[in-house]
Design a protein around this ligand. Sequence first.
Ligand code: PGA
Length: 228
Amino acid sequence: KVADLKGLKQGQLKLAVITTAKYFVPRLLGPFCQLYPGIDISLQVTNHERILERMVNNLDDLYIMSQVPENIDVNCQPFLDNPLVVFAPVNHPLAKETNIPIQRLAQEPFIMREPGSGTRRAVQSLFDEHEVAVNVKLELGSNEAIKQAIAGGLGISVLSRHTLIAESSELSILDVQHFPIKRTWYMVYPSGKQLSIVARTYYDYLINAAKNFIEQNTSFSWGTFEQF
Ligand code: PGA
């Protein structure tokens, strides 16, 4: 029987995902564990640099990240968009404006992720490209802490659109030129690595779940995030 076959899939699955994926991956673990009750999971959530370190040390079966490693030979499969957008408090004066010039952001106190963060790197490179020198008031190592700081009026920031789930009454997304920064989540593993049956099962499951997610959230496209 099918149920028996599924029961045969047993063992440990070790995942390491970048911080933004924690808004997506844990939710999908529930259905996965119901399908495969014999699989035990450990999930590390950390920033881009730490993920690279873990990969070099071969600590996990699979990795989810939004930037493919440059110096490690990997297999990678893009599976979902992960746009970075500008967040401000809901009552911020810029919240009502459209097509805000990127240079305008230099006049606002800015909250930045820690060194080693992929978000920080992407944001900094866009600002460098447009010669925008933001006024970094605060550096924080957590997307959640940054959202709280924005809501508390400490400044604006750029974060993954996926970090916004329930607090939409406190935060708004500003319509700034050159945003969103387009990024994509990838499922990654080192090229030389042979995936275990358990890891291969999860890999196929997640790619498929992401497809369904896109189909169910057809409003999820560049520029129209409202209903997502
Ligand atoms: P970060 O990565 O946590 O290193 O900023 C997030 C991302 O790349 O989506």
